[in-house]
Design a protein. Structure first.
Length: 381
């Protein structure tokens, strides 16, 4: 999935040094004593940024908004099927090529529209528009508007996963004739419904004998189309199976502060905590680098890597920064900023709909990071 690159959510205070984590007040705001020497531990935040869940979404799902409300937008899901006269009217087979009265017939079938990406399992719809279209390629009107009673088509929209009825529609030839070569369209507004794997349109057609005669051609067809469009969703359930997350931020840190720290720091321990309720777990790496291009480059002197981290929520994960790594950060050439990148491989933790590695995601969901360092600095001579 695509990397998301955006500026840091909050500017680091001037009295906080990024990777080394020391207060500028101690280093610059007061005159340092000649003696004795003190080793002082200082804890400071290094970054506080949200990691977007967009990287876990299938390509057909995007974050959008409706009247200020965050929603997911889903690409149109559509399909069509053609039915020959021979399929709908078995009695017509005996009259192939002859000009006769078209026999009465009834036909029931369904059109299944599955989500075009198998990683999309469930859509909790806020609103959507379902367009239903029938195009008549037969040489007569199958709704027989002059019959008594006339013909009709009954349609039912059902959730593909559970079979739950979403909406229904009845089209009567008395008010909606369908002459040869014409099309008939209807749009249904779908609200507050859940679709699992897609949807099914079940239809039943009744075409009564009205005495009209035509030359029977059993190869002629009617085409039925269904398109669910303008889909806005409050949540989606997706397959997250070794999906990658790659996010990058810029953090403003003045070079003179980094240089002062490098002269005095004795040791540094970092702590990372992810605060979230996303149904994902997996491995995570953090990169601190001189430039965006240097993130995760592995180039000594240009990048500091924090490895062995995980997505587990609210778990404090710690490690050490070496004096050499602190010196690298101090020597980064950009005078005012460093770059922080997060890269992970994730799996969904939910089991539902008969599948595993699933995650239910909402558009306002984010994985908040708390990265701090505790530095020991030498104050005095």
């Amino acid at each position: 999935m695509l990397a998301i690159i955006r500026p840091a959510v909050s500017r680091l205070r001037r009295l906080l040094l990024s990777a080394a984590g020391v207060g500028l007040a101690i280093l610059a705001a007061c005159e340092l004593p000649e003696a004795p020497e003190w080793d002082i531990g200082v804890m400071a935040p290094f970054s506080s940024d949200p990691l977007s869940i967009v990287d876990f979404l299938p390509g057909l799902v995007a974050v959008d908004s409706v009247d200020g409300q965050a929603v997911f937008s889903v690409e149109a899901q559509q399909d069509n099927v053609a039915y020959s006269l021979a399929e709908m009217c078995p009695d017509c087979l005996a009259w192939e090529g002859q000009t006769v009265a078209v026999p009465t017939f009834e036909y029931t079938d369904s059109l299944e529209v599955t989500f075009s990406d198998a990683d999309l399992v469930s859509v909790e719809i806020l609103s959507a528009a379902l367009l239903l279209r029938v195009h008549n390629n037969l040489n007569f009107d199958p709704l027989r508007p002059n019959a008594d009673p006339p013909g009709y088509v009954a349609l039912a929209v059902r959730d593909l996963g559970s079979g739950t009825l979403i909406d229904s529609l009845l089209v009567s030839g008395a008010s909606d004739p369908l002459p040869a070569g014409a099309s008939l369209e209807r749009t249904l507004d779908i609200n507050d419904a859940e679709l699992i794997d897609g949807f099914r349109i079940v239809f039943h057609a009744f075409s009564p004998d009205d005495g009209q005669t035509v030359q029977i051609d059993n190869s002629l067809t009617t085409v039925f189309e269904a398109s669910l469009d303008t889909i806005m969703a409050t949540a989606v359930t997706v397959v997250v199976d070794a999906d990658t997350l790659d996010e990058r931020f810029g953090a403003e840190v003045e070079q003179d502060v980094r240089e002062e720290l490098a002269k005095r720091v004795q040791s540094a321990v970092y702590e990372l905590k992810l605060i979230h309720n996303a149904e994902v777990d997996g491995t995570l790496k953090v990169s601190i680098a001189a430039s965006e291009a240097d993130l995760f480059s592995g180039i000594a002197g240009r990048e500091v890597r924090l490895d062995g981290l995980v997505f587990t929520p609210n778990l404090v994960q710690s490690g050490e920064l070496s004096v050499e790594e602190i010196q690298w950060i101090a020597d980064f050439p950009n005078p005012d900023s460093v770059y922080v990148g997060y890269r992970g491989v994730a799996w969904g933790t939910r089991t539902d709909f008969g599948r595993s590695n699933l995650s239910r995601l909402t558009p306002d969901l984010a994985l908040d990071t708390e990265l701090t360092v505790t530095s020991t600095i030498r104050v005095g001579r």
